[in-house]
Design a protein around this ligand. Structure first.
Ligand code: AMP
Ligand code: ZN
Length: 114
């Protein structure tokens, strides 16, 4: 998608601080971190929102979870704990319309939902 900022990061047109990459997934440090560890995990395939996941691309779901496990190990927070969040659409707080999972950790997350 030409106007999608995360597609531009995948293409290498916009730089990122890469944490993990494989054939299907890219993970990079969030540019405005909300916690000591704040990684954005994205499928390389452009999918706009969580609501666009279906039986045809269900592999994306397991790829995101598998990548979250790898990122948590890379960042050494798998035992301490962390949080994953997928914002969906306006009231969910989604700003970038390329499906992504936030992985947050490195401190005690205070707000049960924030
Ligand atoms: P969301 O509100 O769920 O759509 O989250 C979008 C996230 O992408 C925010 O946490 C932004 O800080 C992050 N973000 C936006 N642009 C970049 C970028 N160029 N590099 C890294 N993170 C970004
Ligand atoms: Zn995209």
């Amino acid at each position: 998608m030409p106007d999608c900022i995360f597609c531009k990061i995948i293409k290498g047109d916009i730089p990122c601080s890469k944490v993990y990459e494989d054939d299907n997934i890219l993970a990079f440090n969030d540019i405005q971190p909300m916690a000591p560890v704040h990684v954005i995990i994205i499928p390389k395939k452009h999918i706009a929102t969580l609501m666009d996941l279906d039986a045809k691309n269900i592999d994306v779901t397991s790829n995101l979870i598998s990548a979250a496990q790898k990122v948590a190990r890379i960042k050494n927070i798998s035992d301490r704990g962390f949080r994953t969040v997928i914002n969906c659409n306006a009231e969910g707080g989604q700003v970038v319309f390329h499906l992504h999972m936030h992985l947050l950790g490195g401190r005690k997350l205070q707000d049960p939902l924030g």
